[in-house]
Write a protein that binds this ligand. Structure first.
Ligand SMILES: [Mn+2]
Length: 354
């Protein structure tokens, strides 16, 4: 039994916006992951089933997708800002309804798309699962307890069909593929954020749509380039430092090291989780050198932990970031050397020895 979590009045409002729209746009966060692409492509297919004839639905994303995400159904409806600046901007400017999926702060979609989003006075709907949403939409479906944006999208479709349209719940195979891929991504293939029995009921319903779950797993996870696999090997063999007192693993990478392994965006995805597979390592931190939009050196940090060992406070107070209890991110304006010095001075205040 899938509970009706989304309030009916809000759902009716969102449904009204979509039903009236003739140029709908779906946005998601930059550096998109499987949940971002899964939720937007599933939504794109779904809204087409309730829009008036002749209406259009487009997905607009800042960066082009890496190969492991470019196979999703319905991506023929996506416009990438990197690829076509003018069309991407124009599409958002001309939208008469915008759905914001898998993000809750305009800045997450990247400049200049965020400014376009805010400047357009049309009706806006948020479907998300991150903490502390900013208020910039007319309808907010924000569920930090949900495994993924795709779970929220599943509920959205399920409730619109069964409560508003009074039809049995149905999905196309393509929608089910997109939703399953997003849930799979954001739960690390059901290794975290996936304790709810209801989630597995949803998965059962997705499997009933004849999706091939092993093929989806393969497309999302078994897609390393040779240089990416060697970069992982290098990090684990040469760079991982273990602090036994604090049960902490630290890996950092300089510009020079990243260049040596022909680093591409997304290549370090998932690496921060590996050290947690070591017995008695409960914290894992990954730092990598990067540049910001002003071309100043910055360091991007990822924090992971296990059990009741929060890392979000540390990420927030020391590195201006935040996130969930066990998974957070942050940023530091400066060099790796400076970031390391700050990290080493501060972690004893935030990490537990037990
Ligand atoms: Mn997500």
């Amino acid at each position: 039994m899938i509970r009706h979590l989304l309030p009916l009045a809000e759902l009716e409002k969102a449904y009204g916006f979509i039903q009236k729209s003739s140029r709908l746009v779906i946005l998601t966060h930059k550096s998109s992951d499987g949940d971002a692409v899964g939720s937007t492509t599933a939504l794109c297919q779904f809204v087409k089933t309730i829009q008036p004839a002749g209406a259009t639905t487009k997905i607009v994303i800042l960066n082009e997708l890496p190969p492991y995400l470019s196979w999703f159904p319905s991506l023929e409806n996506a416009i990438f800002y990197d690829d076509n600046n003018e069309l991407a901007i124009k599409t958002i400017e001309e939208a008469d309804c915008i759905i914001c999926s898998d993000f809750n702060q305009p800045s997450r979609i990247g400049a200049p798309l965020d400014a376009c989003l805010l400047a357009n006075p049309c009706s806006k709907i948020m479907l998300d699962h991150h903490l502390k949403p900013e208020s910039f939409t007319d309808v907010e479906f924000s569920y930090p307890d949900a495994s993924s944006a795709c779970e929220v999208v599943f509920r959205f479709i399920y409730q619109i069909q069964t409560q508003i349209l009074n039809t049995p719940f149905w999905l196309t195979k393509e929608m089910a593929i997109s939703i399953y891929a997003g849930i799979l991504t954001d739960t690390g293939a059901f290794s975290y954020n996936s304790n709810s029995p209801e989630l597995f009921e949803m998965v059962g319903m997705l499997l009933n749509c004849q999706i091939e779950k092993d093929v989806i797993y393969d497309r999302i996870f078994n897609t390393f380039s040779i240089s990416r696999m060697r970069l992982f090997g290098y990090c684990l063999h040469k760079k991982m430092q273990i602090n036994k007192t604090y049960h902490l693993s630290l890996i950092y990478l300089t510009h020079e090291e990243l260049a040596r392994f022909n680093f591409q965006s997304g290549d370090l995805e998932g690496l921060v989780n590996y050290p947690l597979q070591i017995e008695k390592v409960y914290y894992s931190v990954l730092m990598r050198a990067d540049y910001n939009a002003e071309n100043q050196p910055i360091v991007r940090l990822s924090f992971r932990s296990q059990g009741n060992r929060p890392v979000n406070e540390f990420a927030k107070k020391v590195f201006g970031g935040g996130g969930h209890l066990n998974a957070s991110g942050g940023e530091f304006l400066g060099t790796i050397k400076e970031a390391l010095a700050l990290f080493k001075a501060e972690y004893p205040k935030y990490l537990q020895k037990k």
